[in-house]
Design a protein around this ligand. Structure first.
Ligand code: PLP
Length: 370
């Protein structure tokens, strides 16, 4: 049996007819940049997140970069973020000229450790940037109360958490701004790149609108030095049709996760992802910890099962950030998790027999404790 890491076909077949019909209209109208469907999708997605405003941009990375820009983050400022994330979370900070300050994660959920955040706050700290890693929200209550105490802003990296909830509230409405990616492999994925900033703050909204469109206030009138970073109308059409199915697809992911959990929880040497009971996990990534990870990975590949590592090298040990002077051993939890974590195939239409084949294979390949 072959098990792909992600198979887009199930989702594509669901939206194909409607997407084709709407794309045809875009091609005939020719409103490719900031067209009607793009504006409509901003309203649809921000409403989905229970937030007031949405600003469509050309990637999740730019959503983060422009959200920080809208908060006037720049040289001399510090932004606190977890070391265990995709590098884009840190790059967006570097683009602004501010300094990324890495902190360790909790062993339980792989999200930002609140005590570590508190210890990293300095007079230069401007923003806390939690990542809802794999689709499970970070400890937002603690983070928001720390931010309030110290007068900081909070921007959520929600690139993996479309539709997840925290204490009954949708991700996207909790902090100053939340940033989403619509990269094809995300839970809500375009047919190319895309992203969105979602916010309840009219000032952030107004500045983000300018930043994504050359700092424009009129056609040839520019108030600030903005960028060219807009969500294409074509991608907005795809996303708008897919959004109608997102909750159902997230439920299907949760169903797949439950099958994995049942078959793996008693296997010695495998730790399925724990979920805290005041939040929902939407499993953009299904990552387990395994004892002899590299051997398991090689064995899975031989059995035609695609697996990946998210992420093998924490950011503080990346060459790109060597100037910050971090050392191996600085963030022991993140380093340990990076050595043990393994992402299994995950997409809404994964079948029962595929899940069973993956679990049976792990059982044979794994040995010993984590
Ligand atoms: C995917 C991702 C990003 C970047 O999004 P792009 O659309 O690829 O630019 C940022 N942060 C996290 C946690 C991601 O998973």
């Amino acid at each position: 049996m072959k098990v792909q890491f992600i198979d887009f076909q199930g989702q594509y077949q669901t939206v194909k007819v409607k997407v084709n019909r709407r794309l045809q209209k875009v091609f005939e109208r020719g409103d490719f940049i900031l067209g009607k469907d793009e504006k409509d999708f901003e309203a649809e997605f921000s409403r989905y997140c229970k937030a007031r405003y949405g600003v469509g941009v050309n990637s999740g990375t730019d959503a983060l970069y422009l959200a920080l820009g809208a908060l006037d983050v720049g040289p001399g400022d510090e932004v606190i973020l977890p070391t265990f994330t995709f590098i884009a979370t840190a790059l967006c900070v570097s683009y602004t000229g501010a300094k990324p300050v890495f902190v360790d994660i909790e062993e339980e959920t792989y999200n930002l450790e609140t005590k570590a955040v508190e210890a990293a706050i300095t007079p230069r700290t401007k923003v806390i940037l939690p990542v809802h890693i794999y689709g499970q929200p970070a400890n937002m209550q603690d983070i928001l109360s720390l931010a309030k105490t110290h007068g900081l802003k909070v921007v959520e990296d929600a690139a993996q958490a479309h539709g997840a909830t925290y204490q009954g509230k949708k991700i996207g409405s909790l902090a100053d701004a939340a940033c989403f990616s619509f990269y094809p492999t995300k839970s809500l994925g375009a047919f190319g790149d895309g992203g969105m900033i979602v916010t309840n703050d009219s000032k952030i909204y107004a500045k983000a609108l300018m930043l994504r469109d050359y700092g424009r206030v009129g056609r040839y009138e520019h108030k600030i030095k903005g960028h060219n970073s807009r969500l294409d109308t074509v991608q907005a059409v795809v996303l708008s049709e897919k959004l109608k199915h997102l909750d159902r697809w997230n439920k299907m992911r949760q169903g797949v996760a439950e099958q994995y959990r049942r078959q793996l929880r008693k296997v010695d040497g495998v730790i399925p992802p724990p979920v805290k009971n005041d939040r929902t996990h939407v499993y953009q990534t299904y990552a387990v910890r395994v004892a002899n990870r590299d051997a398991v990975m090689a064995g899975m590949k031989k059995k035609n099962i695609d697996v990946l590592i998210h992420y093998p090298i924490p950011l503080h040990l990346q060459k790109a950030y060597e100037e910050l002077g971090y050392q191996k051993g600085d963030f022991p939890v993140a380093e340990k998790v990076a050595d043990e974590i393994l992402s299994l195939p995950m997409f809404p239409h994964l079948t029962r027999s595929q899940v069973k084949y993956v679990c049976d294979s792990i059982k044979v390949l794994v040995n010993g404790k984590v």
